[in-house]
Design a protein around this ligand. Structure first.
Ligand SMILES: NC(=O)c1ccc[n+]([C@@H]2O[C@H](COP(=O)([O-])OP(=O)(O)OC[C@H]3O[C@@H](n4cnc5c(N)ncnc54)[C@H](OP(=O)(O)O)[C@@H]3O)[C@@H](O)[C@H]2O)c1
Length: 174
C-alpha cells in the first residue's frame, strides 16, 4: 500500500527555498514520525537535501537522475517506479503477515506528482494559511478521493497557525 504523508498550505504550497514555509509545527512533526517510523520512506533528492540526513528508524529511498549520487543511510534510485517497487519489497519483508506493507511517499512536489496515480491513502496536514513558495502538492482529482477523518488543531504558543490532520482514501472504482 502506498501512502502519502504531506503538509500543505491552503493554497497548495508545500515548500520554499528547500524549507517548510510555516516553520516548525511540533504536533505535525510528531504525526509525521508516528506515520513513518519503521516504514520505508521514498523521497526526491531535493527533499533529502532539505532533511540533510537519512531519517532514523526507517529505510530511506532517494530518487535522483544523477548517476553516482549517494548519501549515508540511503538507497538511491533512478526512477520513482523503481524506488516504489524496492520500498514495497522492504515493507512486505518487514511484516510478512501483512500482505500490503505500507510504503510512505514523503515528497517533495515532483515525487508526489509522479507517484500520485499509485497512491492509496493521503495523510494530509492542511495548514490553514496561504504561503508563498516554489514547491506545491498536485491537485487531487475531484471524485477520486474521499475524506475518512479530520482533526483540527488551533494555533497556540507552539504552533503559529491552525492546521488539520486529514486522511483521504482513494475511492475504489465500481
Ligand atoms: N510540506 C511537506 O510535507 C513537504 C514534504 C517534502 C518536501 N517538502 C518541500 O518540498 C521542496 C522539495 O520539493 P521539490 O518538488 O522541489 O523536489 P523533490 O520532489 O523533493 O525532488 C526533486 C528531485 O528528485 C529527482 N527526481 C524527480 N523526478 C524524478 C524522476 N522521475 N526520476 C528520477 N529522479 C527524479 C531529481 O533529483 P536530481 O536533481 O538529483 O536529479 C529532482 O531534482 C522543499 O522545499 C521541501 O522542504 C515539503
Amino acid at each position: 500500500m502506498i501512502v502519502f504523508v504531506v503538509a500543505v498550505a491552503e493554497n497548495g504550497i508545500i515548500g520554499r527555498d528547500g524549507e517548510l514555509p510555516w516553520g516548525r509545527l511540533p504536533a505535525d512533526l510528531k504525526h509525521f514520525k508516528r506515520l513513518t517510523l519503521g516504514r520505508p520512506v521514498v523521497m526526491g533528492r531535493k527533499t533529502y537535501d532539505s532533511l540533510g540526513r537519512a531519517l532514523p528508524g526507517r529505510p530511506n529511498l532517494v530518487v535522483t537522475r544523477q548517476p553516482g549520487w549517494a548519501a549515508p543511510g540511503c538507497e538511491t534510485f533512478a526512477s520513482v517506479p523503481a524506488a516504489l517497487a524496492r520500498a514495497q519489497m522492504l515493507a512486505d519483508a518487514a511484516n510478512p503477515a501483512d500482505p500490503a506493507g505500507t510504503v510512505c511517499v514523503i515528497g517533495g512536489g515532483e515525487i508526489y506528482r509522479a507517484a500520485l496515480p499509485l497512491a492509496d491513502v493521503v495523510y494530509l496536514t492542511e495548514v490553514h494559511h496561504p504561503f508563498a513558495g516554489d514547491a506545491s502538492f498536485p491537485p487531487l482529482p475531484p471524485g477520486e478521493w474521499r475524506e475518512v477523518s479530520r482533526e483540527r488543531h488551533e494555533a497556540d504558543e507552539q504552533h503559529a497557525v491552525a492546521f488539520s490532520f486529514i486522511e483521504l482514501r482513494r475511492r475504489l472504482s465500481e
